[in-house]
Design a protein around this ligand. Structure first.
Ligand SMILES: O=c1ccn([C@H]2C[C@H](O)[C@@H](CO)O2)c(=O)[nH]1
Ligand SMILES: [Zn+2]
Length: 134
């Protein structure tokens, strides 16, 4: 099942997180409409603000390999409940995915919150919001 495969892939790529500062490993897996999966982990830096989240790593990998159409996303971390993506990632997810695309938020205990892109960021600022600009 695609959902379980995505969550497994997110778990596996989480192990690759570069997190010497927070020690908080996060993994994400993004499924394209043509069935390809892109994994992403968080990657930190001694200049802390340069950290890139797992979710954005997965999106930027897929987009830079020519993929624009996505079917589902899974995210995992060692959190008490399902992991909650940060605001920056929610904005990036909203840029590239339809509002009804499923997002599986999970943790190492197996808790799963099955949500959607528009539930993650209601009222997202989108390209359409700039339609009056020349
Ligand atoms: O959904 C999330 C939340 C946090 N982080 C990362 C950013 C930073 O490396 C660490 C602590 O915030 O976790 C993610 O990758 N995804
Ligand atoms: Zn984030």
């Amino acid at each position: 099942m695609e959902k379980l495969q995505l969550m497994d892939r997110a778990k596996a790529v989480r192990e690759l997180a570069y997190v010497p500062y927070s020690k908080f490993q996060v993994g994400a897996a993004l499924l394209t409409v043509d069935g390809e999966m892109f994994g992403g982990c968080n990657i930190e830096n001694s200049a802390y603000s340069m950290a890139n989240c797992a979710e954005r790593t997965a999106f930027f990998k897929a987009i830079s390999e020519g993929h624009r159409d996505f079917k589902a996303l899974a995210v995992v971390a060692d959190t008490p409940g399902p992991v909650s993506p940060c605001g920056a990632c929610r904005q990036v997810i909203a840029e590239f995915c339809d509002g009804d695309m499923p997002v599986y938020l999970t943790n190492l205990n197996g808790d799963v919150l099955e949500t959607t892109v528009s539930e993650l960021l209601p009222g997202a600022f989108k390209a359409e919001d700039m339609e009056n600009v020349e």
